[in-house]
Each structure stands twice: as structure tokens, then as C-alpha cells.
Design a protein around this ligand. Structure first.
Ligand SMILES: Cc1cc2nc3c(=O)[nH]c(=O)nc-3n(C[C@H](O)[C@H](O)[C@H](O)COP(=O)(O)OP(=O)(O)OC[C@H]3O[C@@H](n4cnc5c(N)ncnc54)[C@H](O)[C@@H]3O)c2cc1C
Length: 387
């Protein structure tokens, strides 16, 4: 056994990952953080972040090099999302949605479809969204009613989707629709719709608690005609593709949660050192110290689980359901707890928009809800345990 072996690299990120994080941190602090409060207050799109991420090649680093992308691995994609969310959760929806909206294609799309769609996203010229949810089909997504029918060489879509992140901003939408209503989940297919396709329209923005800089909208399909080759995989495989997508992307929501929690922790450390009560810094009280220690400890555990889930997805391991749900669920519960405690540590000031922690707390909440609520993650995990 060797002691003090610096080349022992188990549980250590590669030099490239570490270097990338440094570059991102600088970029995010300088070009994204200054706009985070304004984006939130005005509920406006994160234009500055899109520009900064595009010009540095970080808006969709998961796109493979053969499609004009950076070919970043799953852990690298999580680091991008984590670092952006550390300063602005809304902006982190740019890389999140780009991965979510393209993963089905990457997993099951034809070569022609990938060649048609992915280069525009890899170059930053276009962005993508993922459309599974409907008003009456949320957790029970297979109960969807949007229909797609073959018509000559084309597919014609009718129906609507709701809660679509970056709706109206994205160029490409991966849309799940029923092609054979008699077959339940096995009668659902996945398609790629372009924003300019005839019969496709976007609804009004939802007025939300958090991630206000990422528009969330309905999508409408009225005899929306798309070319036949825009189907992902075979008819009837769409629901499986949608779920396989989530196995790969739930760790990215975990990464978003870790980033939000990290931002709240750093703000709390700075504030509690500065703020004086009873003649000393509030960080001198053991209660504060223990709260900070618990926050940091849980963030560290969440981060490790997120990277583990991402690494397992990258290796193409089977049965990712448990670990990707666990990473998303644990990290988002940690983010909610940490951000709530951050507000507590700021006292009354934490309850105002003059400090960022109330935004972190509002933004954290969505990580417990989307890509499947944390109750649904527990359904997925327990199913894997009891199988
Ligand atoms: C801001 C935002 C962005 C989103 N972005 C997207 C997107 O880009 N693409 C997309 O397709 N969707 C998106 N969603 C939808 C999101 O994934 C759903 O809201 C979520 O899956 C829950 O569905 P629901 O809202 O219909 O809640 P419901 O399914 O009605 O759930 C309500 C409550 O019941 C619980 N519940 C339901 N079923 C069970 C069960 N079997 N066991 C235990 N508890 C259960 C839930 O956990 C929840 O607490 C987004 C949602 C929001 C709010």
C-alpha cells in the first residue's frame, strides 16, 4: 500500500474537468451573475447568459464532435449546469434544455435526423426543448392525448403540451405523441418539431415562483405537418425514449440543485461573517457554524451522487433509473433545505429581494418538481429496489 500517492485518481475529477470549472466560474461571475437579479425581477429571458454560453461553447457541450459540438461528457455537462446555476438558475436552463431536448435524438435518432438538427444546437445557433407533459398528463405522462397520424410521407400532429421550459425560445422541440391509442405507452412515438413548422404555436408564459428567466409555455399543434423522417426511432418507442432521456438528464437537474445550493452557501458564509449582533459576527455563534457545516456537508454528498450518476450514464451502464432518480431527488431536497436555511441565516434581510438568497430559495423549489416530482423519483427508486 502506498501512502500519499498524488496520482490516485479515484473520486477525483480529471484535470480537464477542473480546468473547465475554473473557466466557467470566471465566465459566470463576470457575464451571468450581474444580470441574475434583473432577469428574475423582470421575468425576462436570459439573453446575456445565452450570448456568454454560446461564445464560450458552453450552451450545449454534450453535442458530440461529429455533429459540430464540443463532445463534452456527462460529468462535464453537469459541471456547466452547476456553475451556471450557482449564479443564476434561470440561465442554467439553457444547457439543461439543450441536453433534455436532444437526448432522445442522441439515443435513438436516425443518422439523418441527427445530422439535420444537432449541428445547429452544437454551434449555438439554435436551442432545444422537451415536450412530454400535458395539462391532464403530468406524473402520469403516458396518459397524454396529443396525437400524431401518418399522412403520406408526413406526420400530422394535433393536441397541446404544457409547462415546456424555454417554450417560444427554442428552435427544436422533441415532442411525444400518441400514434396508436390502443397500445397505451407502447403507442407513443417521439418526434422533432421545428418552431417554424406549419400548425405549431406557442402559448403565453406561465407566471412562476422561480426560474423566471426561463419561459415556461404551452405548445399547440393544429394539423402541424412535419416530414416523415422527423420521427425518433420506430413508431411506438417514444415513451421508452422519453424515459431513457430522463435517466440521462435527471442528474443535470441534480447538478442545477447543487449549483443553487452552493450559491446560497457562499452567500451565507460571506453574510454571517460580516453581520454583527451582540457585539460579534453571527458566524461566531455555534448555531450558525453548525448550520453552515450541515449545509456544506449535504451539498458535498449531493455533488458526489450527481457526478456518480452522470459518470454511470456516460459509461452506458444499464439500469440507470435508481441512481439518476436518487441523484435528482437527493440533490433537490438538499437544495431546498440549504436555501431555506440560507434565508434563515440572513434573518429579515434574507426575506427581501435586496439579497440573493430568497431567489435561490424560490429557484430551488422547481428542482423538486420537474423531470418528475420527488414523489415520482421515490416511485422509480422503490420500483428498482423491489423489482
Ligand atoms: C417550471 C416548470 C417547467 C417544466 N418544464 C417541463 C418541460 O420542459 N417539459 C415537460 O415535458 N414538462 C415540464 N414540466 C412539467 C413537470 O415535469 C410536471 O409539472 C411534473 O412532472 C408534475 O406533473 P403535474 O404538474 O401534472 O403534477 P401532478 O402529476 O398532478 O402531481 C401533483 C402531486 O401529486 C403527486 N403524485 C402524482 N402521482 C403520484 C404517485 N403515483 N405517487 C405519489 N404521488 C403522486 C405529485 O408528486 C405531486 O405532489 C415543467 C413544470 C414546471 C412547473
Amino acid at each position: 500500500m502506498s501512502v500519499g500517492n498524488p496520482s490516485f485518481d479515484v473520486f477525483q475529477l480529471s484535470d480537464e474537468h477542473v480546468e473547465m470549472r475554473k473557466i466557467l466560474r470566471d465566465l459566470c461571475d463576470k457575464e451571468i451573475a450581474p444580470y441574475a437579479a434583473d432577469v428574475d425581477e423582470k421575468a425576462r429571458y436570459t439573453d446575456e447568459a445565452l450570448k456568454a454560453l454560446n461564445s464560450s461553447g458552453f450552451s450545449a457541450i454534450h453535442i458530440p464532435e461529429e455533429y459540430g459540438g464540443q463532445g463534452g461528457d456527462s460529468v462535464a455537462a453537469c459541471i456547466v449546469i452547476e456553475e451556471v446555476a450557482r449564479v443564476c438558475a434561470s440561465s442554467s436552463l439553457i444547457p439543461i434544455c439543450n441536453k433534455l431536448g436532444t437526448m432522445g435524438m442522441l439515443l435513438k435518432g436516425s443518422e439523418e435526423l441527427k445530422q439535420k438538427v444537432l449541428p445547429s444546437i452544437g454551434s449555438g445557433e439554435a436551442t432545444a426543448s422537451y415536450a412530454l407533459s400535458e395539462r391532464e398528463a403530468g406524473s402520469d405522462a403516458a396518459a397524454m392525448r396529443t396525437r400524431a397520424k401518418a399522412d403520406g410521407d408526413d406526420w400530422v400532429l394535433n393536441g397541446s403540451k404544457c409547462w415546456i421550459s424555454n417554450g417560444g425560445k427554442s428552435t427544436w422541440y422533441t415532442v411525444m405523441a400518441v400514434t396508436d391509442p390502443d397500445k397505451g405507452a407502447n403507442g407513443i412515438s417521439a418526434f422533432v418539431v421545428h418552431a417554424d413548422d406549419p400548425g405549431f404555436t406557442v402559448g403565453a408564459k406561465e407566471r412562476k415562483m422561480g426560474i423566471k428567466g426561463s419561459p415556461t409555455t404551452d405548445l399547440y399543434f393544429e394539423d402541424c405537418r412535419i416530414p416523415g423522417d422527423r420521427i425518433i426511432g420506430e413508431p411506438g418507442t417514444g415513451f421508452k425514449t422519453a424515459l431513457a432521456t430522463l435517466d440521462h438528464t435527471r442528474p443535470t437537474i441534480g447538478a442545477q440543485a447543487v449549483g443553487i445550493a452552493q450559491g446560497a452557501l457562499e452567500a451565507s458564509i460571506a453574510y454571517t461573517k460580516e453581520r454583527k449582533q451582540f457585539g460579534k459576527s453571527i458566524s461566531d455563534f455555534q448555531n450558525t457554524q453548525f448550520m453552515l457545516a450541515d449545509m456544506a456537508m449535504k451539498i458535498e454528498a449531493a455533488r458526489l451522487m450527481v457526478y456518480t450518476a452522470a459518470a454511470r450514464a456516460e459509461r452506458g451502464e444499464p439500469n440507470l433509473g435508481f441512481i439518476s432518480s436518487a441523484a435528482k431527488c437527493y440533490a433537490s431536497d438538499v437544495a431546498m433545505e440549504v436555501t431555506t436555511n440560507a434565508v434563515q441565516l440572513f434573518g429579515g434581510y434574507g426575506y427581501t429581494v435586496d439579497f440573493p438568497v430568497e431567489r435561490y430559495m424560490r429557484d430551488a423549489k422547481i428542482t423538486q418538481i420537474y423531470e418528475g416530482t420527488n414523489q415520482i423519483q421515490r416511485v422509480v427508486m422503490s420500483r428498482a429496489l423491489l423489482r
